[in-house]
Design a protein around this ligand. Structure first.
Ligand SMILES: NC(=O)c1ccc[n+]([C@@H]2O[C@H](COP(=O)([O-])OP(=O)(O)OC[C@H]3O[C@@H](n4cnc5c(N)ncnc54)[C@H](O)[C@@H]3O)[C@@H](O)[C@H]2O)c1
Ligand SMILES: O=C(O)C[C@H](O)C(=O)O
Length: 312
């Protein structure tokens, strides 16, 4: 198994670290545009292998796409992160061209790969990959729901005083401060609906904290988060390469599912060796569907920017 991570910055390096520790690949290529940067990060990680006991061989390269040839999974994290006070959507001007050129280069050497898009604004960057790569839609996934659902579980666990591992809780919609939809009415603790365990005030607090989870960390850190994003991406990689068929909410192309078409939005999917194998229908209430449609409108407006600026 060979995996490539493009972008050796905070998220890319953390994702690579998780992939290596879990030995999800024999060979892991870390690629960055900054001279020597990926090489240095790869050597640093390789120097943990004697301590941590993994066998994955990590190699860093500067813009050398030939080294990525025949990767079965490629994670794209290249691009600017937001700064405090910014929205993810403000990154589109720089990141769209980066994601487009990275995708083109990757496909020259790994034409049948599975791509996981992390760069923001993720819903639109994933749509860009869908429109430009020519890959079957099952092989193009956006990372956002894995992270947002983990944050949702974290905030629920704080309120419930329970283990996040005992929770089932899913976020759908867009990966944006106002477009994500934590499905509180579907969340359970050991099969008990959390709505039976938390007051309405507590539920609203958890939902609000989840939605601005990324912005909260960006304000505290000065740049956006990387530990949970790196782990969320590695969890997707793991379900794919080990064919685990886990239910993880991911950005995927919708073709009528959840009432939407010609868009990438986050919905619950089954992830296995071919990418996403199935989109789960969570049977949304009328209110949840209305929220989903509102998110779709906002994401569609961002996607239109790609057309207006000639990126697609
Ligand atoms: N989808 C999510 O849930 C999620 C979570 C966290 C971060 N992100 C996004 O991921 C991206 C990366 O975040 P980060 O914190 O790692 O940023 P970072 O600045 O630490 O790293 C980005 C890296 O991309 C590299 N890069 C830029 N252009 C490139 C190109 N053309 N080819 C190869 N490498 C290139 C840079 O040199 C840099 O090392 C941002 O867009 C951020 O918003 C998304
Ligand atoms: O918040 C960000 O801009 C980065 C990422 O999308 C996140 O949710 O952590």
């Amino acid at each position: 198994m060979k995996i490539t991570v493009v972008g050796a910055g905070a998220v890319g390096a953390t994702c690579a670290d998780n992939i290596a520790r879990k030995e999800l690949a024999e060979e892991l290529i870390l690629l960055d545009i900054r001279e020597g940067f990926a090489e240095g990060k790869a050597i640093d990680m390789m120097q943990t292998s004697a301590l941590l006991g993994f066998d994955t061989k990590i190699k860093g390269v500067t813009n050398d796409y030939a080294a990525t040839a025949d990767s079965e999974v490629v994670v794209i994290t290249s691009g600017l992160p937001r700064k405090p006070g910014m929205t993810r959507e403000e990154l589109i001007g720089t990141n769209a061209n980066i994601v487009k050129s990275v995708t083109e280069n990757i496909l020259k050497y790994s034409p049948n790969t599975i791509i996981i898009v992390v760069s923001n604004p993720m819903d639109t960057m994933n749509y860009l990959t869908l429109k430009t790569s020519g890959l079957p839609k099952n092989r193009i996934l956006g990372m956002g729901g894995a992270l947002d659902s983990a944050r949702f579980k974290y905030y629920l666990s704080q309120e419930l005083g329970c283990s996040p591992a005992d929770l089932n809780a899913v976020v759908i919609g867009g990966h944006g401060d106002t477009t994500m939809i934590p499905l509180i009415n579907h969340a359970t603790w050991n099969s008990i609906p959390v709505t039976q365990l938390l007051s309405k005030e507590q539920q609203d607090k958890v939902v609000a904290a989840t939605m601005v989870g990324g912005a909260t960390l960006t304000k505290l850190i000065g740049t956006s988060a990387w530990y949970a994003p790196g782990a969320g991406t590695a969890a997707m990689v793991e379900s794919i390469v080990r064919d685990e068929k886990k239910l993880i909410s991911c950005g995927v192309a919708l073709d009528g599912e959840y009432g939407q078409k010609d868009i990438s939005l986050v919905v619950p999917v089954i992830l296995g060796k071919g990418g996403f194998e199935k989109i789960l229908d969570f049977k949304l209430s009328d209110a949840e569907q209305a929220e989903f449609n509102k998110s779709a409108d906002a994401v569609r407006n961002m996607n239109q920017v790609l057309v207006d600026t000639g990126v697609i």
